[in-house]
Design a binder for this molecule. Structure first.
Ligand code: SAM
Length: 241
């Protein structure tokens, strides 16, 4: 049976004791039924994955003892996913899938037609942690606070290219491979909300030197499907797949 994996905030190294929170203790000892002496895999998002033994198991806490490293840290390519939050379950899905697919940073953005006024950043970050635990990742992408797309574009980094997924191009525009060629370096993907992009957003994005407007095929995809499709395209063309 594969070992339970747990993300911990504390920095890990061989011989290090790791104090467990109440929630972590509940998960390991209540849900997964582990006891003293049993093993788990732990990672801190910065220094790889380690084998650890349960040294103390309690209802409200516990202690793990970190042993040898089992895998080095594997960071994803420098890819941000910008997306307009949609309904709660579908936004959770986007964060989970972006983590599995290897985004380095997840940035919820408010566009002209975004329905959500606020997000629960801590809850979305917890989804990213869970996704990394279950997919064998050693890195957890940061979920940023919700920010306005226009403000983000005002300060857009000069070296970061933007894969602008434009539903107006569906079936007619260039694919990523045609639009971007083999361009290494930092990238971001932008997915719009259910209502799509406004005309002024589209004009601004199409005029951006670092942006390439890309079609995701002849059908209009839901935003959560579009996010997964775009991540798969980018990873296979320019990423670590
Ligand atoms: N309401 C819009 C319409 O009917 O044209 C559709 C918006 S779509 C549900 C949400 C987002 O997914 C879009 O803003 C875009 O970023 C992306 N998307 C969906 N289908 C696409 C396609 N075929 N090509 C490019 N982007 C697409």
């Amino acid at each position: 049976m594969s070992k339970v994996r747990l993300f911990v905030e504390q920095s890990l190294a061989p011989g290090q004791s790791v104090l467990l929170s109440r929630e972590q203790a509940h998960y390991l000892f209540g849900v997964m039924r582990l006891g003293a002496g049993e093993e788990v895999l732990v990672f801190d998002g910065r220094s790889g994955e380690y084998r650890a033994e349960v040294a103390e198991a309690g209802k409200r806490g516990g202690v793990l003892l970190c042993r040898e490293q089992t895998r080095p840290l594997q960071t994803p390519p420098d890819l941000w996913l910008l997306f307009a939050p949609i309904k709660k379950a579908r936004t959770d899905f986007i964060v989970e899938k972006a983590t599995e697919m290897g985004a380095a940073r997840i940035c919820p953005v408010q566009t002209a037609f975004t329905n959500a006024e606020r997000i629960r950043r801590d809850r979305l970050q917890a989804h990213a942690v869970e996704a990394a635990e279950q997919c064998g990742g050693t890195f957890v992408p940061e979920v940023a606070e919700l920010q306005r797309l226009d403000r983000l574009l005002d300060g857009w980094p000069a070296d970061r290219r933007l894969m602008f997924c434009d539903e107006a191009l569906s079936g007619a525009g260039a694919t990523l491979a045609q639009a971007a060629g083999d361009a290494p370096g930092p990238w971001a993907i932008l997915i719009g909300p259910e209502g799509g992009f406004s005309d002024s957003e589209r004009t601004r994005l199409r005029d951006m030197e670092r942006a390439v407007a890309v079609s995701l095929g002849p059908r209009i995809l839901r935003a959560d499907t579009a996010a997964v499709a775009a991540l798969a395209l980018w990873q296979s063309a320019l990423g670590d797949w």
